[in-house]
Design a protein around this ligand. Structure first.
Ligand code: ADP
Length: 459
């Protein structure tokens, strides 16, 4: 039997026995008076315990139990254990919530939890940044009052959230526009999770890719159209031998143009396919001797060209890449300098151990507004002139790429009508003294076995 009932019946039994005992010793009035006093005392005791219980229940969970005995003691003990269990559950839930919020804060994406009415319950710092929110100020606010972009309002009201929506946003004080991807997910009872991701970089890459494909197609289309046109003309029977020879020469020119473009595209794609350059020891004496030969051939005696090359310098890097970049700068100077102009090529070491190739010309020059964009793919100041001189619009993009891979930099200064100066600088970490075969012979013999021109001494 339940101990409460045992106690109750025991009490009633004891009161009845007490009443009968009093009756035996006295009369019925005294016996009833005894019962009334006993019940009143019992009632008062319970009232005191109820008051203590009420006070105790208002205190924090785990507060010290009031002094008690009997059934009240048992009741207090049960309540106390329940309270402790609650306390443990509460602590566990708090720890889980703290760890969940910690994880959500570490996420690179923004997270906003919304209730059924789209009011903000919580958000992480990334979401604050993406959506220009402040958790402290905006908690409880409706998200549609804070993110006012029409596309978002449309998205949230539509109720179909299987795909994210893209928004372009610029918050006050921000210079650049951001592209965000916002995705709503529902959980629980109409609660929502709003995920935000900054996709500005991906968007830019996608635009670059699209522009690149469009540019390549455009660049190939022109010579292909010309080729197709000539082929059709040649196919006609009334073309003379002289005309045919002339057309063939023009077709060869167009084919050459396409070949240059494909070569440059392959160079760019090879640069992008690897994370860093080969680590050859490039003998720059030999490298510039070859570049000078190419330059003089291209100029065909139409320019005054000078090469001032500091001997004995070697570069740690890719010979193919460096040759391509340096040749581009020198041939550009020739292509954009009219007949009788001057081109000075200087390769020298700096005091800080680095080295620079400086190509100065007295050519057509470049307007200041074009300078920051010259190294973009297919960017040309004058499309017609570039094409006419066999340009692809990829040369300086390759130069910039190669220099960046070698931790170098390109500086351009120019004045329209006076000429340009292109300076390609490599840092000291890439430059070493080249040991010539003479040095090797003069050496005490420690370097035997090292092929001439390849041995290097670190800085
Ligand atoms: P391109 O194949 O058209 O020469 P580049 O990437 O090498 O392409 O150069 C980009 C543009 O920079 C050129 O179209 C030209 O307008 C300009 N440019 C490059 N070098 C010179 C120079 N030395 N003098 C004047 N303009 C130059």
């Amino acid at each position: 039997m339940n101990p409460v009932w045992v106690r109750t019946f025991t009490f009633i039994g004891l009161v009845a026995v007490g009443m009968l005992a009093v009756r035996v010793l006295s009369d019925w009035t005294t016996a009833f008076a005894f019962v009334a006093v006993t019940l009143t005392l019992r009632y008062l005791r319970d009232a005191i315990h109820l008051r203590n219980l009420s006070r105790w229940s208002r205190q924090e969970l785990g507060a010290t139990l009031p002094r008690s005995s009997g059934a009240w003691e048992e009741l207090y003990a049960q309540l106390y254990h329940r309270g402790r269990a609650r306390q443990r559950e509460h602590a566990e839930l708090t720890a889980a919530l703290v760890s969940f919020r910690g994880a959500a804060q570490a996420l690179p994406d923004g997270v906003v939890t919304l209730n059924a009415q789209n009011q903000i319950v919580w958000c992480n710092p990334q979401a604050e940044q993406h959506l220009n929110l402040s958790l402290a100020k905006d908690i409880g606010q409706n998200i549609v009052n804070l993110v006012r972009a029409p596309d978002f309002l449309d998205y949230i009201s539509r109720g179909e959230w299987d795909k994210p929506v893209q928004l372009r946003m610029r918050h006050p004080g921000q210079r650049a526009e951001r592209v965000l991807s916002l995705h709503l997910l529902t959980y629980g009872f109409s609660q929502k999770l709003l995920l935000s991701r900054d996709i500005t970089r991906f968007e830019k890459l996608e635009t670059t890719r699209r522009d690149f494909v469009a540019n390549v197609s455009h660049e190939l289309k022109t010579p292909l159209t010309v080729l197709a046109g000539f082929l059709e003309t040649i196919a006609e029977s009334d073309v003379t031998i002289a005309q045919r020879t002339q057309y063939m020469a023009l077709m060869r020119e167009q084919a050459e143009r396409m070949k240059h473009l494909v070569d440059d595209l392959l160079t760019l794609s090879a640069l992008e396919a690897t994370t860093g350059p080969r680590e050859d020891t490039v003998d720059t004496d030999a490298l510039f001797a070859r570049i000078e030969e190419t330059a003089r051939q291209l100029s065909n005696g139409e320019h005054a060209i000078s090469f001032d090359i500091e001997p004995g310098i070697a570069v740690l890097g890719s010979e193919v890449e460096l040759r391509s970049a340096f040749t581009n700068l020198v041939t550009n100077a020739i292509r954009y300098t009219p007949e009788h102009g001057r081109i000075d090529v200087r390769w020298h070491r700096h005091d800080d151990g680095g080295a620079s190739l400086v190509v100065t010309d007295t050519g057509i020059g470049i307007q200041a507004q074009h300078l920051p964009r010259l190294t973009e793919r297919f960017y040309r100041v004058d499309r017609g002139r570039s094409r006419q001189s066999g340009g692809t619009g990829l040369g300086l993009a390759i130069v910039k790429h190669v220099l960046t891979r070698h931790q170098g930099a390109l500086a351009i200064t120019s004045e329209v009508g006076s000429g340009s100066r292109f300076a390609a600088t490599l840092p000291s970490g890439r430059i070493v003294d080249r040991v010539t075969s003479d040095d090797v012979e003069a050496d005490s013999g420690e370097r035997h076995g090292v092929p001439a021109g390849e041995a290097v001494t670190a800085e």
